[in-house]
Structure formats: C-alpha cells, structure tokens
Design a protein around this ligand. Structure first.
Ligand code: LLP
Length: 416
C-alpha cells in the first residue's frame, strides 16, 4: 500500500515535478503530457513496417493541442483532419498541406472548398459527395473512403467499418464511382478506410487491409492507400494487460503489402491513421478528492473529475487506471471498493465504478492514466465548468503550460 501511494508507477512521468506541485501551479483538474512518451510512440509507429514508402497520418482528433501537433510534425508524421477546424490547426502547427488528408463525412460544399483553397486533399465517403466534389473541383485530385465490410472497436459507438455504419462507400458501387471520376475528369489519388477504434489483436485490422486492397485493384495508378487507424493501447496496465503486438502486426502487414504491390506493379505509398496509439499513453489527467462519503452501501470518492473533463467512462463505460497521490505521510491501511465520481449534476457522472483502490482521503490527488487521447478534445463547459489547463513535461524534465485553463470570462465570451 505504501508503495502504491508514494512510489506510484507513473512518478517518472512527471519529470522534475510532482502531481501536487502541478495542481498547485496550474489548478485542478489538469491534463499533463509527457513529451518523451509521445515521441517514442510516434517512432514506434513510423517503424511499424519495413516497406519503405510508408507514412503515419496522425489522426489529430484524438488530441489537437498545437504543441502536441508540432511534436508529431517534428517526428515526421503526416496528419488527418476531420473538419476545416482541424485543417486550420494542422496548418498552424506547421504541417505541409500536402501531408494533410481531410477525411470528410457529410460535409457542406463550403467545407470541401476550404480544403481545396488550402491545397489539402479531400477523402469523400459517398457517391453524392464525390459528385459534389467533382462539380467544385473538376480535373482535381480526390481520395475515396471505402467501407471494407469489416469493423472493430472497443464499443459499438466507435466501430466505423462494416455493414451497420454510416461510413464509407460500399465497394459494390465501384462502377458508379468510376463513372463520376470520368465525368469530372477527377484523378483518384488514393483510397482509405477505417474499421474502428481500438483493437488489441491485429487480426481484424489485417482482414480490413486485405479487403481494401482488393477494392484498390479496381483502380489503376493510385498514389496511396490509407489502411486506417484504431491501434489499441492497454487501458488495464495495472492489472497486467499486454500491449498490442506491433512487431507481429508489422510483419503481417509487410507480407500483405508486398504481395499486393508485386501484383499491382507499382510501389505506391501506404499510410496508417492512428490517433489513440500516438497520444493516449502520454497523458495523465490530475484531479482532486474533495469528499469521501457513504451513501447506503456504497463508498463514494467525490472529485472534480466530472465527465465534462473526461467523458470516456460515462460515454463508453471505458476503463482508465487510477493512481492515488498524497503529500502527507498518512498511510492507506487497506484496499477497498469505491466509486469515483465527479462534480456534475448527473448520476452517470462516474469515472470508476466499484473499483478496488487503496484507501483514499480528502485532499488526495488522483491520476487518471492514459488520458491523452479523446480527453481534452472531448471536454466541455457543461454545468458551466471550466475546462482544465494542459501542461507538457518536456524531455529535460521541466514543465510548461501549453493551454491555459478556462476562466469565468471564457464562459460568457460568445454571448450577444
Ligand atoms: N481515422 C478515422 C477516419 C477515424 O474516424 C478515427 C477515429 C481514426 C482514424 C483514429 O482512430 P484511433 O487510432 O484513435 O482509434 N472518442 C472515442 C474514439 C473515437 C474514434 C473515432 N474515429 C474514444 O474515446 O474511445
């Protein structure tokens, strides 16, 4: 128990500082990112396959803090964008427009035009949007997202491939696709897919890859194929959950890609588009315990970690490991089952349900691990709460504010 409190697994993560110092300096709650971990993840994925013409498109929806984007850009990653807003921040962070892929879904012509005006390639995901794109940009380059008929994900809400999702073009429509490409003299630069978010076993991914490769055979002269993201991270590390076996997956991909390329006759570029794998593990969300109470049979740990700050547990019942940090020497004498909740006026505001944790006291700081992906970017001002600051632990161990905490004035800024 003492070890869990004082020498937590993650203390190296905080460089020259400590969770309580960070909370004192930047307020609670606060997202903390570790630059070393981020860079390591970027490098691991860049080396996923030995096939040479390979790029990693960071799916910036997972975390688009400009400082995170700059690091990904420095590491040589490309970037995906899901909206003009993401194109805008990617460009501001320094990504070359040629390295950005706009993966659009049900967008307006103005949004397509924004990408065209900024020299960013658009991937369309329906026949009708392909037609609209052709009207806007005849003779231009385009990418098409196909639905490979295969899906995977940690929750049905994030399975994006397969027969029950809104995404992608049904491969049966390849003849119609070809007609529209011809009609507007569009050059099909690439095709992409995304089967869904978070697989820990690469087999579904490889199945999706095989499927998109057979779709690709219908088109001559492609420049690239984007195989999608979804690479999972182990959210249950404290219980020993193993990592995704990237080495094995990389070898399988190499084999499939090399076979396909030798048939296609051209060494086109292959891309992947991971978000979570790049940023998930480099982030910890810190919050503070304000109340410990019993309600009937349950013990509640009342914190400021409401679902306005991290919505994943409330939205997908996602598990995040939690560490307990304490300044005083007061030891926890037991482990117990507690429910960790936030400060939002909804009973679904639960960050960990009936979780076994060392005895927690008021004033303790909790570290919600693996919170770097789909954390801050999904945070809101619900209940007129302030979104947290974001802080970077740099490679030399020092820390730096990379987004200030909201202020009360921010809450009324857009009122007219
Ligand atoms: N590409 C496309 C087209 C996507 O829609 C997504 C994620 C990605 C790439 C990146 O997926 P990743 O490698 O991060 O799994 N909010 C959810 C995840 C939603 C993901 C949506 N699409 C969560 O917190 O688990």
């Amino acid at each position: 128990l003492k070890e869990h409190n004082k020498v937590s697994n993650s203390l190296n993560f905080y460089g020259n500082t400590t969770p309580s110092e960070l909370v004192k300096t930047y307020g609670s709650t606060v997202y903390v990112y570790n630059e070393k971990v981020l860079r390591e993840r970027c490098r691991e994925l860049k080396n996923l396959v030995s096939y040479k013409n390979f790029a990693v498109n960071y799916s910036v929806k997972a975390n688009s803090n400009p400082e995170i984007l700059k690091i990904a850009c420095e590491e040589g990653l490309y970037a995906d964008a899901m909206s003009p807003g993401e194109i805008y921040v990617n460009l501001k962070a320094g990504f070359d427009p040629k390295k950005i892929l706009y993966i659009s879904n049900n967008v307006s012509k103005e949004e397509m035009q924004y990408a065209i005006d900024h020299g960013v390639l658009t991937s369309v995901d329906s026949i009708s949007q392909l037609e609209q794109y052709g009207e806007l940009n005849p003779g231009g380059r385009v990418c098409i997202r196909f639905n490979p008929g295969v899906g995977a994900g940690h929750h049905e809400k994030v399975v994006t491939g397969g027969k029950k999702t809104k995404f992608g073009v049904d491969p049966h429509l390849v003849p119609e696709v070809k007609d529209i490409l011809n009609k507007y003299d569009l050059k099909l630069a690439g095709i992409n897919q995304h089967i869904g978010s978070l697989f820990m076993d690469g087999s579904k991914y490889v199945e999706g890859v095989q499927s998109v490769l057979s779709i690709a055979e219908n088109f001559d002269d492609l420049e690239f194929i984007d195989l999608g993201g979804g690479f999972g991270i182990p959210y249950n590390k404290l219980s020993g959950q193993p990592r995704l076996d990237l080495k094995e997956l990389g070898q399988q991909l190499d084999e499939v890609i090399n076979n396909w390329v030798s048939k296609y006759g051209k060494e086109i570029q292959f891309k992947i588009e991971p978000g979570r794998y790049i940023v998930g593990e480099c982030g910890i969300l810190l919050g503070t315990v304000h109340t410990v109470k019993y309600n009937y049979d349950n013990k509640y740990i009342g914190t400021d970690l409401g679902f306005n700050v991290l919505i994943r547990p409330a939205m997908y019942e996602s598990h995040h490991d939690i560490e307990v940090y304490r300044e005083s020497d007061k030891p926890s004498t037991q482990y117990e089952f507690v429910t960790v909740v936030g400060n939002i006026c909804e009973s679904g505001d639960i960050i960990a349900k009936e979780r076994e944790l060392p005895e927690i006291f008021e004033g303790d700081i909790l570290g919600v691990l693996d919170a770097g992906a789909y954390g801050y970017c999904m945070a809101s001002n619900y209940n007129n709460r302030l979104r947290p600051a974001e802080v970077l632990i740099q490679e030399d161990g020092s820390h730096r504010l990379i987004r200030r905490r909201d202020t009360l004035e921010d809450l009324v800024r857009n009122f007219v």
